[in-house]
Design a protein around this ligand. Structure first.
Ligand SMILES: *[C@@H]1O[C@H](CO)[C@@H](O)[C@H](O)[C@H]1NC(C)=O
Ligand SMILES: CC(=O)N[C@H]1CO[C@H](CO)[C@@H](O)[C@@H]1O
Ligand SMILES: [Ca+2]
Ligand SMILES: [Ca+2]
Length: 624
């Protein structure tokens, strides 16, 4: 069942040591682990000076509508973000990424943009934005904005002019007159369907043609075969760089280009799931509308634009929900660079609450193996997915530990540092267009509203998000006990554990140390970060449903281990010396270290040291 332990250590001495460990592990079966995998962090040690800021960043995704309301209208705003930047700095966040805050009819909550170069009046003004960027920078934080290049709102001036046929704008979108049925009625040129169900083509009476929309009807696709559109979008990048932003998160990139031959129908997938019909996006394969070769070229042009703007280092991170290989391709090649990094959704898409430690190890290893010269990153949640604490019951700390102790850039969706959970949103309160389209029977399955409820700051009205008790989306009723204020005051809280983790990321080991992953015993995931002449950090997560026993000597040969930080459901206390042999509870997670516990000496260490001294002093006297 368990294979022999195999450590990848260089010297003969450590080989001997690991052989000894192997022997001891063999007779104490609970501590044995499967073969471990090792990955170097792809960077020269000591090259920190030249490193771009985003390499070891903790990037915090803010959903502006739900973060903080300062004028009592029940909607979050830019000033609210500015007012909470100190909080973010204090918990170890190094950059914020703002979901769209641009003027929008809000048909898809900001992803339908009617002006790419302004702030929606509901959220504030460009001056508020500048103020926010200035303050973030003065606190040593970076600001990344969301760019939505595939489509605009149908209320964008470009679309209105295009529909009229105005010369300058007539080819800004993808238009087709389609064909005619036998009664002379226009029919779309092909069978393409939108992500939100139904034909991807909608008839426009003014233009007397169909326009393409890979998403909502109110989100017409821009035509990137038109050099004027390419230039317009480059101007959008430049506009925000001039306002001081440090990077871009590019939305829905794989859908940028489509084939030019609009007569091509897409084929159904071979074994569609039974619930799917011809109006469902997942009913078809998408060779003509997704990951089109020209998209990679466009990304490369943006990379050059952003890299060459001035000496400051900026990041392009891309959102590509596609196959594993296609995802990796968005990094570009060494000769033709693409994104600085493309979101790694492995921990969302390939594993779930049923997965065991082996599945997790595989998911992590698969990504790391593909890295080579590329930079890793880890995403565990966002505004499109059920919250981490809901997807992985009792594992909020475990998931934060995994994403923050793996090498690379870590992403945190607002509220995940608190272990916020999905709220139940009634049908009559439902706002997400995807849920509204699904109807009252099916909406719960697809609704993204439950993960978009207001941020929980304290136990006052609307969780301190707004002075208004009537907020755009209801507050999760668990706010009376699950909030920033209470968690800051509770030593063993999700938030304080999160702070321990962001603190650990500042160490040389976490920045440059190699990574080893292993499965210990039946179901304990082990993530080890180590570096010569520096402290080792070991994350252990029991993915199983039963207690497991861990033998400390099987973990490292670098000496005594202390508890750096432990999940709220752990028996171990921060700072305590780890016993030779200990029990790890189901879903418990700990970070152990050969160095010091987070935040200096905790109460536990003081007590332990006291006991140790008391025990040692007679001995010392005798020696004297
Ligand atoms: C959960 O993940 C495992 C692999 O880790 C996979 O086999 C299984 O199908 C997934 N379950 C769901 C419901 O997605
Ligand atoms: C995670 C994310 O940003 N998803 C967005 C992808 O793009 C569509 C259309 O712009 C949005 O509806 C999603 O919210
Ligand atoms: Ca407001
Ligand atoms: Ca497109």
């Amino acid at each position: 069942m368990t294979r022999a332990r195999c450590l990848a250590l260089p010297t003969a001495l450590s080989l001997a040591l690991s052989l000894a460990l192997m022997a001891s592990a063999a007779d104490a079966s609970p501590a044995s682990s499967s073969a471990s995998s090792a990955f170097a962090v792809n960077k020269k040690v000591g090259a920190d000076q030249d490193e771009p800021w985003w390499h070891h960043a903790v990037i915090y995704q803010i959903y502006p509508r739900s973060f903080k309301d300062t004028n009592g209208d029940g909607l979050g705003d830019i000033k609210g973000i500015t007012s909470e930047l100190e909080y973010l700095r204090d918990i170890g966040v190094t950059a914020v990424w703002l979901s769209p805050f641009y003027p929008s009819p809000q048909a898809d909550f900001g992803y339908d943009i009617s002006n790419f170069k302004d702030v929606d009046p509901a959220y504030g003004t460009l001056e508020d934005f500048d103020e926010m960027v200035k303050k973030a920078h003065s606190l040593g934080m970076k600001v990344v904005v969301d760019l939505v290049p595939n489509h605009s709102s149908d209320e964008h001036m470009w679309f209105k002019e295009s529909a009229k046929g105005t010369e300058k704008y007539k080819d800004y979108y993808v238009w087709s007159e389609g064909t005619k049925d036998k009664d002379g009625k226009p029919v779309p040129p092909n069978n393409w369907v939108s992500h939100f169900r139904g034909s991807a083509w909608t008839w426009n009476d003014e233009r007397k043609a169909f326009y393409l929309h890979q998403f909502a009807v109110k989100q017409p696709d821009l035509n990137y075969r038109n050099p004027a559109v390419v230039q317009e979008m480059k101007d959008v990048f430049t506009f925000w760089m001039e306002r001081g932003v440090n990077g871009f998160r590019v939305d829905a990139l794989p859908f940028l280009f489509e084939t030019q031959d609009l007569s091509q129908d897409e084929l159904p997938v071979e074994h569609p799931s039974i619930d799917l019909d011809k109006n469902d996006y997942d009913y078809y394969t998408h060779p003509y509308t997704m990951d089109y070769p020209d998209t990679y070229d466009m990304l490369h042009q943006w990379r050059e634009l952003v890299d060459n703007f001035n000496e400051d280092k900026r990041v392009i991170m891309t959102e590509c929900y596609t196959t594993f290989d296609k995802t990796i391709e968005y990094y570009g090649t060494k000769d033709k660079l693409g994104a600085h990094f493309t979101f790694n959704f492995q921990l969302i898409t390939t594993v779930n609450k049923s997965s065991d430690a082996k599945d997790f190890k595989h998911s992590i290893d698969q990504w790391m193996k593909a890295m080579d010269w590329r930079w890793p990153n880890w995403v565990i949640g966002n505004h499109d997915n059920s919250r981490v604490a809901t997807r992985y019951p009792e594992m909020a700390d475990a998931m934060n530990m995994i994403s923050l102790t793996l090498p690379g850039t870590a992403m945190t969706y607002n509220g995940e540092e608190l272990g916020m959970t999905d709220a139940f949103i009634r049908w009559d309160q439902t706002k997400d267009p995807q849920a509204v389209n699904a109807g009252p029977e099916k909406y719960l399955r697809v609704s993204r509203d439950p993960c978009r409820t207001p941020m929980q700051w304290d136990d006052t009205t609307s969780a301190g998000f707004s002075t208004n008790s009537n907020t755009w989306m209801p507050t999760n009723p668990n706010y009376y006990e699950l909030n920033v204020k209470k968690e800051l005051a509770t030593p063993k809280s999700h938030l304080n554990i999160y702070k321990d983790l962001t603190e650990a990321r500042k160490t040389e080991t976490m920045r440059n140390g190699k990574l080893e992953t292993a499965v210990l015993g039946e179901n304990v995931l082990q993530i080890t970060r180590s570096l010569e002449n520096a402290d080792t950090y070991i994350t252990l997560v029991n993915m199983g449903s039963w207690e497991e026993r861990v033998k400390t000597e099987a973990l490292t040969n670098k000496g005594t281990l202390k508890v750096y930080t432990a999940s709220v459901n752990s028996k171990l206390s921060k700072g305590a010396t780890v016993p030779d042999n200990f029990v790890i509870r189901p879903k418990e997670a700990v970070v152990l270290t050969t160095g010091e516990a987070s935040g200096g000496t905790s109460a536990a260490t003081t007590v332990q040291a006291g006991i140790l001294l008391a025990l040692l002093s007679p001995l010392l006297c005798m020696l004297h």
